[in-house]
Design a protein around this ligand. Structure first.
Ligand SMILES: NC(=O)c1ccc[n+]([C@@H]2O[C@H](COP(=O)([O-])OP(=O)(O)OC[C@H]3O[C@@H](n4cnc5c(N)ncnc54)[C@H](O)[C@@H]3O)[C@@H](O)[C@H]2O)c1
Length: 403
């Protein structure tokens, strides 16, 4: 079978944090999944020639490019994977779709809702497979949470309280890296962290009806970047810039199914490094998850015998837990990087079948709509109706079968 599998030749744009995570995932795919297609790490792209050559060598890519347009123009590339900062997603994704390449894009999908809409239209018009990397959905414990909810184990859902807490920019002298530069990132903790919470809430609870929130910038001015490296950077001692993105985003939501949500995303929660957490309460029980203990799902079932009731901690590393069975024997835990492998395996299955799995550009577009609604509600101290942000005709067209 291996010899006759159709190849999916990947072109990756960007080679730093997510460049490494995606490269690693492509490397691990065939070790763990028996795929119907054969992913090939064909070319990696970055603007710095020496840097991208070194990345190609270290991560095992067959070739490298310094201009994403030339990468897209190559006829030996089938899938464009975008791991560049947010302001470049739309241009690269639309060009890739127009060239007939499948597109995989990092989150948040774009800078603006209008960009997301144009990206969605481009992938549909050109009938290419598309996904957006909301990778936390693909932790086996989160997939298992979804299974429990879908099976009705929690009954009607009343609450989701989700927060994503980090602390890496609390130092006022931390420089204005691209994740704080509005023209490059669009928003701060909101698009970086709350976007993941919104996607998880849509995945687990359902569609949003309305939101109201507040965004705050605690440190109003920061040193410009003298030099940057990964998440961090060296601060200029002479130049300071106004911070135009949020440090924290807090909002409440009502879901179409009647559930209520409270959401908090911040980079100012001292001591919290990557605490992406949720608790969901239903009429028959509750679940809790925290990405810092990614394999564990805490489950409380009201049907348990009196006296033995309480949250049980399930190590989601066994066959009944989605995706866990492809890895190690029970109890042999997996990590952050495996969420990428699971999502990309799903993408490869989609490309084999000519179908677009979820989360795709429509999910990215809806998440962007919810983000914009929260931003507007913060500005106007209002409640915002999500349907007013989403073009209904875009939703109705989703049931396309791709060639
Ligand atoms: N899914 C997740 O959990 C997760 C985590 C971190 C980042 N992200 C997202 O991934 C994307 C990239 O973030 P990162 O942390 O890897 O950033 P990074 O700064 O570590 O890397 C960005 C890369 O893009 C390259 N680049 C920038 N502009 C380019 C261009 N015009 N052409 C070619 N290459 C270009 C840079 O040289 C660098 O290699 C962002 O959209 C971010 O929001 C997602």
């Amino acid at each position: 079978m291996v010899g006759i599998r159709k190849e999916v030749r990947i072109g990756l744009v960007g080679y730093k944090f997510m460049g490494k995570a995606h490269s690693h995932a492509y490397q691990g795919l065939s070790t763990f999944f028996q795929l119907g297609v054969k992913p090939i790490k064909q070319a990696i792209c970055g603007r710095n020639e020496a840097g991208v050559r070194e990345a190609a060598e270290q991560y095992g890519w067959n070739s490298n490019e310094t201009d994403w347009r030339e990468l897209i123009a190559r006829d030996d590339i089938d899938l464009i994977d975008i791991v560049t900062p947010n302001n470049s997603h739309a241009e690269i994704a639309i060009a890739a779709a127009e060239a007939g390449k499948h597109v995989f894009c990092e989150k948040p999908l774009s800078l603006t809702l209008d960009e997301s809409k144009r990206m969605l239209e481009a992938v549909r018009k050109n009938k290419v497979v598309h996904m957006v990397n909301y990778n936390y959905r693909f932790a086996p414990a989160v997939q298992f949470a979804k299974k429990l909810i879908d099976e009705g184990k929690l009954g009607k859902i009343y609450h989701i309280r989700a927060n994503y807490l980090q602390d890496w920019i609390m130092d006022p002298n931390f420089p204005l890296v691209w994740r704080l530069e509005k023209s490059v990132c669009g928003s701060g903790s909101h698009g970086d962290l709350a976007a993941h919470l919104i996607d998880l809430a849509r995945f687990l609870v359902g569609e949003f009806e309305e939101v109201s929130g507040v965004l705050e910038t605690f440190i109003k001015e920061r040193p410009a970047v003298a030099d940057s490296s990964g998440l961090s950077g060296i601060a200029s001692t002479t130049e300071f810039k106004k911070v135009e993105v949020d440090d924290a985003s807090i909002f409440v939501a009502r879901f179409k199914n009647g559930a209520l949500g409270t959401f908090e995303a911040t980079r100012f929660a001292a001591g919290n490094k990557n605490a992406n957490k949720f608790e969901i309460n239903g009429e028959k029980g509750s679940i809790k998850w925290n990405a810092e203990n990614l394999n564990e799902l805490e489950v409380y079932l009201a049907s348990d015998e009196p006296g033995l009731q309480g949250f049980r901690k399930i190590n989601c590393t066994e066959e009944p837990h989605p995706f866990a069975g492809v890895y190690w024997p029970a109890g042999h835990i997996i990590g952050y990087e495996h969420t990428f492998i699971n999502l990309i395996a799903t993408l490869m299955n989609g490309i084999e079948k000519g179908e677009t799995p979820s989360p795709n550009f429509m999910d990215g577009y809806i998440t962007q709509a919810i983000m914009e609604a929260v931003e507007k509600s913060s500005k106007h101290r209002s409640w915002e109706q999500i349907d007013q942000y989403i073009k209904q005709e875009v939703l109705e067209k989703e049931k396309v079968t791709l060639v």
